[in-house]
Each structure stands twice: as structure tokens, then as C-alpha cells.
Design a protein around this ligand. Sequence first.
Ligand code: HEC
Length: 186
Amino acid sequence: MLKSKRAKIATILGAMLVLLAIVVAGCTSGGGSAGTNTNSDLSKKVDDLQKFAAVQQKSINPGLGTIMIEYSTRMAKAWFAAQAGNWDMARYQIDEMKEIQETGEITRPKRAPQLKKFESKYLDTMDKAAEDKDLNKFQAAYTDAIKGCNDCHTQVKSDEFSNYGFIKVQIPKTDPTGGLQNYSGK
Ligand code: HEC
């Protein structure tokens, strides 16, 4: 599996925001008025700033809605790559799906267990079929994975929706790049 650059950036960004919160808390509590700030004042400030940083971080990071757009485009590309017998391309798309899903696991930790389960149950099976250059096996794994995508959509709840069963995916009929990409790679 490729290491996720995005996941690393998200972690580093989070750590930076927490550090910034601590530094800002230190500065605002100093200011020459020694003795006026108790330890509990200071820890409350740090707490508030950490909460603020967490909200900021959530709002600037891509949520599942954004991640799913890349996820589904790559899923479609993997299909066309396999049809063209371009197995490296199919494996590349699956790897990139795993990478973008890692970002989702960090930005939306509540969904991480389901995403990880999806990866090991479906993406790894698709990857193995692509590694074996076996189109029948790949198509069977792909069909299963599509069911897995839709299963998760029916299981996930949010504040707004009782589930996301209204999002249905299927084996793609047309190339998402509209013919820009030559899937044979030749
Ligand atoms: C963790 C469970 C989960 C899995 C697994 C999952 N999805 Fe999703 N998907 C979601 C959720 C939740 C949303 C809605 C996100 C939001 O708007 O916050 C979503 C949204 C989508 C959307 C709608 C994007 C849009 O803007 O119209 C598409 C398309 C999609 N998923 C495709 C897929 C495909 C393809 C797979 C499988 C390869 C998949 N999803 C696997 C949870 C999942």
C-alpha cells in the first residue's frame, strides 16, 4: 500500500494547530501580569483554543462527501483499466482509493471502521485479482465491491439523513473522463 501523503499532512496540520493553541495560550496569559493567571485559567484557555482548533481543522479538511467523489471516479477508472487489460492502471486506481480513504479515516474518524472493513473485504480482493491479471475474478470482485459501497450507504446515519441509501452506485457504463484517458496505456 502506498503511504498516504494526505493523511500525513492532515496529522501534521492537526499537531501544528494544537501547538499554536498552546503558544497563543502562553502569550495571552503572560503579558507581564504575573500572578493574575492561575493554572486553571491557563488550562481553560488551552482547552478553549484546542476546541477552536478542532472545529477549524474539521472545517478545512475534506469530509466523506468530497472524498467519495474521488473514490467513485477511481472506482470507475479501475473498471475501464481492467477492461483494457491495463492491470497496473487498475492496481494504481485501487491504491489511490486506499490513500484517499485514509484521509477520510482521519477527518471523519467515526467512519474509519467501516472504511477499513471495506478496504480489507473488497479493495484487497479486487487488487489481488488485478495482480493475477484475471478479468473474471476482477469482475466478480468488482460486482461484490459495488454491493459493499451501497451497503455502507444504507448503513450510515447522520444528523440530516437517517441513511444514505439514496446514493446508489453501479458498474459504470461510461468513462468518467469522457474519453480523455486512454485506458490501454498504449
Ligand atoms: C463508510 C461507508 C462508505 C463506503 C464503504 C462507501 N461510501 Fe460512498 N458515501 C458514504 C457517505 C457517508 C456518503 C455521504 C457523504 C456526505 O455527504 O457526507 C457517501 C457518498 C458517496 C457518493 C455521493 C457523492 C456525491 O456528491 O454525489 C458517491 C458517488 C459514493 N459515495 C460512492 C461510493 C463508492 C463508489 C463506494 C465504493 C467503492 C463507496 N461510496 C463506499 C459512505 C461510504
